[in-house]
Design a protein. Sequence first.
Length: 519
Amino acid sequence: MATMQERAELHKTIWKIANDLRGSVDGWEFKAYVLGSIFYRFISENICDYIHQLMVEAQQPDFDYTTISDEMAENIRRKMVEEKGYFILPSQLFQNVVKTADKDENLNERLTRIFRSIEASAIGTESEDDLRGLFSDFTVDSQALGSTVIKRNQLLAKVLKTVAQMDLGSRYNDTDNDTFGDTYEFLMQMYASEAGKSGGEFFTPQQVSEVLARLASYNNPNIQKVYDPACGSGSLLLKFAKTVGKENPNLKYFGQEVNPTTYNLCRINMFLHNVNYDNFDIRLEDTLLKPQHMQDAPFDAIVSNPPYSLKWEGKDNTLLINDERFAPAGVLAPKSAADLAFTMHMLWHLSEQGTAAIVEFPGVLYRGGDEKKIRQYLISHNFVDTVIQLPANLFFGVGIATCIIVLKKSAKRDSSVLFIDASKLFQKNGNKNILLPEHQDKILELFANRKDEQYLAKLVKNDAILENDCNLSVSSYVEQEDTREVIDIKAVNSTLSTLIAEGNALNQKIEAIVKELGE
């Protein structure tokens, strides 16, 4: 397994290669080709490694799937689709296509046929929804790649050959080697950073994902299902794959996403982290208006970073006030800000012993109107467990300091809310702030201890919060440390007296000089 330094060097090299490769093509557009090629290589090598292991068990260790005919390979199509969720013929494998890519005048057409064939291999099976449209963003005829077919094919061939040369190791035979998944997430992070606000819509920084996963899984060894109703590229769900998932290989991942491109990135991310198709269910649809996982609820853990201040139909849609997710609060989140609509949606999906950790826009903590009424419902029913103020400038395209709200139903220890001020727990990293492991550990320590700690944490009774206008802002309860320099009043007065005396003496001298000049 590569060391952290080796991995960092690999990522640095890969980013430079990916950046140099795109030439004049916009990085945000070009990500589909680099990320798509990495995925294509992964599933090709993954199925070959899987078949190789089967043949070793059958005492045929010299069998090489890349060299057999497509006709012979058809004999194992059904088994591969059942086991892996997809099938790739030998002639369609990344390893074989890349060999002749730079000489293939019809590379664009060949790739199109291959991608359609891979997606079609799942039609009529349990993995059909998981494969459908996975390569839809890999548009081989895009003008962005070049003005002619020849130029586009040249760039496509260059991308494939470059990805083939990346040292990503063997994914299947080394269960500790997560290089494919790590590289994929690293590149998404870099593209998100370049894209600013639009990038922030699909990628949650890994250190924030880590905190949310640790909060939602804390002291709960029986997590079977985890859910993210605004899953983006899946980074939050996959933190469970790297932590809880290692202890529970049967953990199920559920997510919903409204953006087709991001939806594809999430499903690809699942495959790249070796989460098999039958262990995840990611759906494409509007979560608030057309929830897709109500029949799968309740969930043991929910983690989410939903869009901030999203406009939605709200009270203009007369059906929503009677929706079982929103009706208990008696009001709907305002049309201009759906933040608390997502919160109510997640509360409904949460199991009695489960935990939800949600990134929220700070305004929902203190604004009046219907948002105050929703907070009143949440507090009076003892659903709010913890509110954590995060540092500013953690997210791509969002400089404001966000917060985390932790919800519980029957698993709360008391009728209070723990407020944690983590706004100063960060390290500057370029133009962003990051949560180091020690910062994450401190947040979890405060969360676990659930007691007052000066300047960092305050446990407040629900009744006191209700009396305080249902205000959930951390700064309203956690005392701020006075970092101003202490002033010694006696010393200041002494210095001031000296200065006044010196000033008086100077004035006398000036008056004497003026008088002499006048004579």
